[in-house]
Design a protein around this ligand. Structure first.
Ligand SMILES: [Zn+2]
Length: 225
């Protein structure tokens, strides 16, 4: 007789593809380039797995046209849809009232009904990133969705207290991630910064779970069914 515990759990049924295939996931970042740096490999994997992936950029503080074009290119490389939380020109997140930020995020959640939301971590060090993290928290009241935070995003390495609880194997998409990051030329080549540290970081994350490249996520809320 077959017991319940004999039921086979295949790798596919536990995969990221099975969890979000055919569903929408929403990733929000404070600025162009944050999503590519924080979880570009994960977003590309989700898209290749059949999920609709919406990359939502909250603000473009300056150099609007250049950075918008770079954001479009980055999203295109990852195969994702790009949205702006505010489409009316340059602005700083600090100039936006918190309630207005929450209203915009609420509207995106209501419209897209995402199966998962990805945002900045509470361990981040950039105030705009922390503002967006805080504004995402109340959206959880609207509906159930898995909720993850990605590694603090930075152009130069700095110490952060981020402890991933989940890892995504991005071996198949590390090249897309690196390509998408370099699409933000004004932030890297334009400032004499190199992007290789992101590949090294993904390699170090991969070592933890025994794959060539990975991205770590903090699990804020997740349904185990
Ligand atoms: Zn940023």
């Amino acid at each position: 007789m077959k017991r319940a515990c004999d039921t086979e759990v295949t790798p596919e049924s536990r995969s990221l593809a099975a969890r979000y295939s055919g569903r929408t996931v929403l990733a929000v970042g404070a600025h162009p380039d944050d999503l590519e740096i924080g979880l570009g490999g994960t977003l590309a994997r989700l898209e290749r797995s059949g999920a609709r992936v919406v990359m939502c950029v909250a603000s473009i503080p300056k150099d609007y046209d250049v950075r918008l074009a770079e954001a479009r290119r980055g999203a295109e490389i990852l195969g994702c849809e790009l949205r702006l939380l505010f489409e009316d020109g340059p602005r700083r997140l600090e100039d936006v009232k918190t309630y207005e930020l929450v209203e915009r995020l609420d509207a995106a959640i209501r419209e897209l009904e995402p199966a998962a939301l990805f945002t900045h971590s509470a361990s981040d060090f950039h105030n705009d990133h922390l503002l967006l993290h805080q504004a995402c928290l109340p959206t959880q009241r609207l509906a159930y969705f898995d909720f993850f935070a990605y590694h603090p995003t930075n152009c130069r390495p700095v110490p952060v207290a981020f402890h991933p609880r989940a890892y995504v194997d991005i071996t198949q998409t590390i090249d897309a991630k690196m390509h998408a990051i370099t699409a933000h030329a004004s932030q890297f080549g334009g400032r004499n910064l190199d992007t290789e540290m992101y590949r090294e970081h993904a390699h170090a994350q991969g070592r933890i779970i025994g794959v060539p490249y990975a991205e770590g996520l903090d699990v804020m809320r997740m349904l185990l069914s």
